[in-house]
Write a protein that binds this ligand. Structure first.
Ligand code: GUN
Length: 290
């Protein structure tokens, strides 16, 4: 079978492995220089099964990179005060350089108060308003994990963003908004689409670089994609058969796109890679500010 018209598959697993090997070497050098290792604390409240998998992977990856890692599992009925008390403890812990509260939190908890409470210098998710502001200005220590992971992939694949038409679908604080900002910093011409966007398919079809983060299984189909476009699929959904799938219909999109990320094995592994990078940077900052 001739496959020449199929898109190049961007192998996030391989890019993550290469990048993590580099981070692991830097962690080793940091340890030799400073006598301690970067430490990451991940807080999870409740029983969300997807969150539990993400948190387990974050712990595993940080340990594999040679870091110290703790997971604080708190029950679904945790009160705001209990969660804040746990965060106070982690704030004061010198072995912990990065703190991450896995989202979403149970509905009774005040997410924005929690995110504000994490000190900006330990905010390895880059969700604190101070860090968000730094990203907007383009002067930052921490980059948001998923968007930065996407930028690392583009760089690894030698995909130049400058002057390209970039379309981001989704405007969440975690992915869509910071993704648009990073593409803008890379000199892309950026359009952000969302649930109220009119003529969505028409706008998608103009994209040289398309980033899809809407959380709807197989929403973008091949007929919406510009031939040769780069398609980055941030989605992680289950299809009608319970199989993992992205926000793009891979089968039809790969016939039209020039390059595409698969799900799983695309953006997912890159998100945790940025988290490791940020945790190392947090430890470096702690040394600098000591
Ligand atoms: N939930 C989904 N993505 C993320 C993320 O990048 N960080 C945190 N803390 N929670 C998430």
């Amino acid at each position: 079978m001739v496959k020449s018209n199929m898109a190049h598959i961007i192998d996030g697993k391989k890019i993550a492995e290469t990048t993590r090997a580099d981070i692991t070497a830097r962690v080793e050098a940091f340890k030799n220089e400073n006598g301690f290792v970067p430490g990451l604390a991940v807080v999870i409240v409740g029983e969300n099964p997807a969150s539990k998998v993400y948190v387990r992977n974050k712990k595993l990856a940080s340990e594999q990179a040679g870091m110290y890692s703790v997971v604080c599992e708190m029950p679904e009925n945790t009160t705001q005060e209990e969660l804040m008390a746990k965060l106070s403890q982690l704030k004061a812990d010198e072995k912990i350089h990065g703190i991450l509260v896995q989202l979403p939190l149970p509905k009774h908890l005040n997410e924005s108060e929690v995110l504000r409470f994490i000190p900006p210098e330990k905010d390895v998710d880059a969700f604190h308003a101070e860090n968000t502001g730094h990203i907007m200005i383009g002067d930052y220590h921490f980059l948001p994990c998923t968007p930065a992971g996407v930028m690392t992939m583009l760089k690894y694949e030698n995909i130049d963003v400058a002057g390209k038409k970039c379309v981001v679908i989704g405007r969440s604080n975690i992915v869509g908004k910071p993704m648009a900002m990073l593409l803008l910093h890379a000199d892309g011409t950026v359009t952000v689409c969302h649930s109220k966007t009119q003529n969505l398919a028409e706008i998608i079809r103009q994209a040289d670089i398309l980033v899809v983060a809407i959380g709807r299984a197989k929403f973008v189909t091949g007929d919406m994609v510009k031939p040769g476009a780069v398609v980055i699929d941030v989605g992680m959904n289950r299809d009608e058969n319970g199989k993992l799938c992205g926000d793009c219909d891979f089968e039809s999109c790969e016939k039209v796109a020039g390059a595409i990320t698969p799900v799983p094995g695309g953006v997912g592994p890159m998100t945790i890679t940025t988290l490791l990078e940020n945790t190392l940077r947090a430890a470096e900052l702690a040394v600098k500010n000591a």
